[in-house]
Write a protein that binds this ligand. Structure first.
Ligand SMILES: C[S@@+](CC[C@H](N)C(=O)[O-])C[C@H]1O[C@@H](n2cnc3c(N)ncnc32)[C@H](O)[C@@H]1O
Length: 466
């Protein structure tokens, strides 16, 4: 419920007939890059949680600026005063003279659900556009302090409504031992309802070609106010995607997944109970570099990266039987393998000798790895074992970011070597490519993977062994 405020904000006219939602951008002084840092992040979150004259919703911290959404909370401070207060509270807490803000800020009022949703998506894509990460989820310096579902879930679909009802329903607890069939049936109902809830194009209208998912936002922004035609595109895209999901059985599989996750929760806290936490803290503190968000010291934020590892494990459906022998190439800090090990898989890593940080974590996690630099047209080392699954996330061994990114021939050599010496019969390979200047792959490379029977979903590639 909106409540009375004594002052309206400078530049922001509150209209109590419609909710007030502000999109704020603040820069650091001289655009110095100190914002995307775990300690800064924690401090800002604490301040936003306590300074509730205005409530902060979704936000993203970039190295030299931040974006957030805010709406009136409890109290009478104007928006500008609240921003000022928050800045001075931050300065008092951090006591670091290098961390100064630019005077003033940029804010404007959002007037529609579409506007809010568009801005939110745009904001979340910022780190991807800046080349800091490949997906918005990979960026650790984002979050949501308070939730206002009326902005982002106004157009809750029938499927979401059923999902929410089911989640809150006492029936869910009562039949907790219940069967897979219930979950699956429910999921089919949800898919059917979402299908029904989609706006079908008007009779006689020409269907525009669907836009690729990842370009959707950019296209929408280019179109400016012409949101209608893009929304129309989106409906069309959603519709064909949903039909495809039903036809390919993906909808069924996702119902099974959701049921499985609900029955078998996998939390970062429970995983951390399996490791010597004091030692882990000690190692991470030793290698932590404040403000470093691109290079490897970012992995010292172990809670975040363990969370990401859990997501990866879930995405690949490795949180269930059968238990596999898994090699992770470019295994990094080893969080992914650590989660897999806790789930009963046999795991093994391959990586460079540097940085020592990774070398200290592997014994702590009780995982083996081989030190090896992968080079184009050179066979992999003999590791005396074969694997059921080979994974590689955020791949760099392919000359990522250099002028010599692997093409068809290099991948052909690498995959053939992997298949002949590393894979068990029926084994699979999962590759997640980093973005290059030309995209994740050239058309030729994409064709090469497809010729080998790969399934490709944006930067992710699944291949079957022999
Ligand atoms: C971007 S990190 C990804 C780490 C981990 N897979 C993840 O997703 O968090 C790339 C990893 O590949 C390793 N790497 C880079 N070049 C390599 C090469 N030529 N051979 C083997 N490993 C390499 C790096 O040491 C690093 O651990």
């Amino acid at each position: 419920m909106p409540h009375e405020r004594k002052h309206t904000s400078k530049g922001i006219i509150e209209d109590y007939r419609v909710p007030t939602l502000i999109f704020l951008s603040v820069c650091t002084a001289r655009r110095t890059a100190w914002l995307a840092d775990p300690q800064v992040h924690t401090t800002l979150v604490r301040i936003w949680q306590s300074a509730t004259h205005w409530e902060v919703g979704p936000y993203v911290l970039m190295p030299d600026h931040l974006h957030l959404f805010a709406w009136p909370g409890y109290g009478s401070a104007t928006f500008d005063r609240w921003v000022q207060y928050r800045k001075s509270m931050f300065a008092r807490t951090m006591r670091d003279r290098r961390m100064r803000w630019q005077c003033g800020c940029f804010h404007h009022r959002i007037r529609s659900w579409e506007g809010a949703e568009e801005k939110r998506r745009y904001m979340l894509m910022n780190p991807v556009r800046a080349g800091l990460v490949s997906t918005p989820e990979d960026w650790p310096f984002r979050g949501e302090i308070f939730k206002r579902d009326d902005w982002w879930q106004r157009r809750e679909s029938a499927a979401q409504k059923v999902g929410r009802w089911w989640h809150a329903s006492p029936a869910r607890q009562r039949i907790s031992a219940a069967h897979l069939t219930t979950g699956i049936t429910l999921n089919l109902v949800i898919v059917y309802w979402s299908f029904r809830s989609l706006a079908l194009p008007k009779e006689g209208s020409r269907a525009p070609a669907p836009l690729p998912q990842q370009n959707f936002l950019e296209e929408r922004l280019k179109l400016g106010n012409g949101c209608r035609s893009v929304s129309f595109n989106r409906s069309y895209m959603n519709l064909s995607r949903k039909l495809q999901k039903i036809a390919t059985g993906e909808a069924w599989a996702s119902g099974v997944d959701r049921y499985y996750r609900w029955k078998h929760p996998l939390t970062v806290d429970s995983l951390l109970e399996k490791v010597d936490r004091a030692k882990l803290n000690q190692i991470c503190e030793k290698y932590h570099v404040p403000g470093e968000i691109k290079a490897w010291p970012k992995y010292t934020d172990y809670e975040h990266w363990l969370g990401r590892a859990v997501d990866h494990v879930r995405e690949l459906r490795l949180d269930r039987d059968p238990k596999l022998h898994i090699l992770d190439i470019g295994s990094g800090a080893g969080y992914f393998l650590f989660v897999l090990k806790q789930l009963g898989h046999r795991v093994f890593g391959l990586d460079l000798a540097e940085p020592e940080f990774y070398g200290e974590l592997f014994p702590l996690f009780g995982i083996e790895r081989v030190i090896w630099r992968i080079e184009a047209f050179e066979p992999l080392p003999d590791v005396g074992r074969r694997f059921d699954l080979v994974t590689a996330f955020a791949i760099c061994f392919n000359g990522h970011g250099s002028g010599n990114v692997w093409g068809r021939k290099e991948w052909e050599f690498f995959l053939s070597d992997l298949q002949s010496r590393y894979l068990n019969p029926g084994a699979r390979i999962f590759l997640a490519l980093n973005p290059e200047e030309h995209g994740h792959y050239t058309p030729e490379l994409r064709d090469f993977f497809l010729e080998r029977g790969a399934k490709i979903d944006r930067h992710r590639i699944w291949l079957k062994g022999f």
